[in-house]
Design a protein. Structure first.
Length: 644
């Protein structure tokens, strides 16, 4: 229980450290300034400053000036000054141990500051005031052992201090958070936050450095690391001697008394307890004074100096009852009862023992109620925390799904765009190929017409007018078919056969039935299959001029259409003189004529392959029978294409 008493004072000191850093102006200078202040707003601010200055030396004066500030602030509707005055009143109530009244003051101040910050979110002074209310409420909740809510308030204060970059207050918030972890028994985390606070305080030269050093020393003391504890206590003592933080110095002296008592150095322990007592009484801090008196009484009781011990024990009990601190009353009643027993006064010993039992039961009930309330608060806090975590989880999942959906949409858009680009490129390639085919068609048409006109010319000379007219009639029919179907990239196979039929009949007339011909199509060839126009005619022409005409006997040409291995096979077979003999008999004009037709046809087949990605080729071979040349065969292996 004694540890709990120390812990309350521990938090109590930190409550002091959450207040704003005071100005260097003295109380006298503030009183002079207020006499010449021209505005009520300035007067409210000075009253609040005076309340702050007096809180250590005179709680009555501090409370008086805080009430003066409140009254004037209400009169002129000065919200900032009103909130500051309620904070000062709350600080005084903390010092005198009235935590309920302090809590109400801080909640009132928080409500005012929150509204002011909402209206003016960029005002650093207002944010500082709001942060102070959170930090002060954290002290109250820590005293109530409601550590979850205390941490929540300290974290809110820390965030606001970080937003306005107020390093002094940031260090104090770290200190407060360390206190909470210390209260929960998590010394490791408490030490971590105290070290953070100390680092900032040493950089900025704050006056609260000795408070933090004391806190660190306490942790080492409780860890039985006496050497480190004394090092930090000594550092804190040197700094406290240079500061005006009487309450903090008194707390350190109490801890030093505990340290030397543990080291069995009673003389030094008594010295430090007396220093703490004198300092607490100088600032009217009866809470701390009661603890120091109890420590002295217990120490003298251990030395069996019962009369001296009784003096301190009864005064400690009187202070504890006056301020209504059950825990200290419990300890003091027990000590007084024991001392009366040692002094052979059983009647008074029994009276105080009964009071001790009452105080013990009261504390037990308070602790049970506090545990129940704390459990309820913790449950609500955990429930709220779980709900917040669930909301954050959902928001995170929604954000992830939104990002994935956005990436998917972007990917689909890119894919669609890419496909359109590919389709467009392929379409352009196809159109280019078709235009190239048409260009080659246009090259084939004059080539074909030139040959036919040459035939007509020689036919007129050789056969007379009547035969020439018959020839011209067939020629005009052939030209009509050629012009009609040469516009497209494909013509039906039956129309190709009709064109070849007309052409071969013309050539029969021209060369006086020098050859016979036949055109056949297998059942595998479908009616809607197509073939590029004027593709076969040049090979038929070559067969007649270079294979059959030079032959002495009557020749024959066979043209067949068939489907084999997924390809359309067009075969032109003649029983002429063959390729080798034809080359020997060639003439320059005829070779040029042949070469141009063959090169154009090959180019057309290459374009067809590139456009539809299917094989198209020509195979030319010389036929032999009994080791003798019996003709020439040309095979065109074409991809199957349909006319829609």
């Amino acid at each position: 229980m004694k540890t709990i008493l120390h812990l309350f004072v521990f938090i109590f000191c930190i409550g002091y450290s959450t207040e704003s850093v005071s100005q260097n102006a003295t109380v006298d200078s503030l009183k002079r300034v207020i006499r010449v202040a021209k505005t009520d707003t300035a007067k409210v601010n000075i009253y609040n400053h005076l309340a702050f200055e007096f809180k250590e030396s005179s709680t009555d004066s501090s409370f008086y000036y805080a009430l003066k500030a409140e009254g004037l602030a209400r009169k002129i509707n000065y919200k900032d000054g009103l909130a500051a005055s309620t904070i000062n009143q709350g600080n005084v109530n903390i010092i005198i141990g009235k935590y309920k009244e302090a809590k109400l003051s801080f909640i009132k101040a928080q409500t005012i500051y929150q509204k002011l910050v909402n209206d003016d979110s960029g005002n650093k002074s207002l944010k500082n005031g709001l942060a102070r209310t959170y930090a002060s409420l954290g002290v109250i909740y820590s005293q109530e052992s409601n550590y979850y809510v205390a941490l929540e308030n300290y974290q809110k204060a820390l965030q606001l201090y970080q937003e306005i970059d107020q390093k002094n207050s940031i260090s104090k918030a770290y200190n407060n958070i360390g206190v909470v972890y210390k209260s929960q028994g998590d010394n490791k985390k408490a030490l971590e936050y105290f070290q953070k606070a100390l680092k900032i305080q040493e950089q900025t030269g704050e006056q609260t450095v000795p408070v933090t050093l004391t806190n660190i020393g306490v942790i080492y003391f409780e860890q039985n690391n006496s050497t480190s504890a004394l090092q930090y206590y000594n550092k804190a003592e040197k700094l406290f001697k240079k500061s005006d933080n009487t309450r903090g110095y008194a707390l350190l002296n109490n801890y030093l008394g505990d340290y030397y008592q543990k080291q069995n150095d009673s003389t030094k322990a008594i010295t430090y307890y007396n220093l703490a007592l004198n300092q607490y009484e100088s600032i009217q801090n009866k809470f701390g004074a009661s603890l120091a008196l109890y420590n002295l009484g217990q120490l003298y009781a251990d030395q069996k100096k019962y009369p001296e011990a009784m003096i301190y024990a009864e005064k400690s009990l009187a202070y504890a009852k006056e301020i209504g601190v059950s825990d200290q009353t419990f300890h003091s009643e027990k000590l007084v009862s024991e001392l009366y027993g040692f002094l052979n006064n059983p009647t008074e010993s029994l009276v105080h023992y009964k009071n001790y039992i009452v105080a013990r039961d009261s504390i037990t009930n308070e602790e049970n109620n506090k545990k129940f309330v704390q459990a309820e608060m913790n449950f609500e806090y955990q429930k709220k925390k779980a709900l917040l975590e669930e909301q954050n989880k959902r928001q995170t999942q929604f954000a992830i799904f939104s990002i994935l959906a956005a990436l998917l949409v972007i990917g689909l858009i890119f894919l669609i765009y890419n496909r359109r680009q590919v389709k467009r490129r392929l379409t352009l390639q196809k159109e280019v190929a078709e235009y190239e085919q048409k260009a080659l068609h246009l090259q084939m048409n004059p080539h074909f017409v030139f040959n036919c006109l040459g035939s007509i010319s020689s036919f007129i000379v050789q056969n007379g007018t009547d035969s020439a007219l018959k020839y011209l009639s067939k020629f005009s029919k052939l030209m009509r078919l050629t012009l009609e179907y040469s516009k497209g990239s494909l013509i039906p196979i039956d129309k190709e056969i009709e064109s070849l039929q007309n052409y071969l009949e013309l050539e029969q007339l021209r060369f006086h039935n020098k050859f016979d011909f036949s055109i056949q199509s297998s059942e595998k060839v479908e009616f809607n299959m197509g073939i590029p126009p004027l593709l076969i005619q040049p090979f038929v022409e070559n067969a007649i001029l270079h294979g059959l005409v030079p032959k002495e006997n009557k020749g024959k040409i066979e043209v067949t259409f068939d489907v084999h291995n997924g390809q359309l096979v067009c075969t032109i077979t003649d029983n002429g003189i063959g390729l080798s003999k034809s080359k020997q008999m060639k003439e320059n004009s005829m070779q040029a004529h042949k070469s141009m037709a063959l090169e154009i046809t090959k180019k057309r087949l290459e374009i067809m392959e590139a456009t539809i990605s299917k094989s198209a080729k020509i195979e030319i071979k010389e036929l032999t029978t009994n080791n003798e040349i019996s003709g020439t065969q040309v095979q065109l292996l074409l991809p199957i294409q349909y006319i829609s």
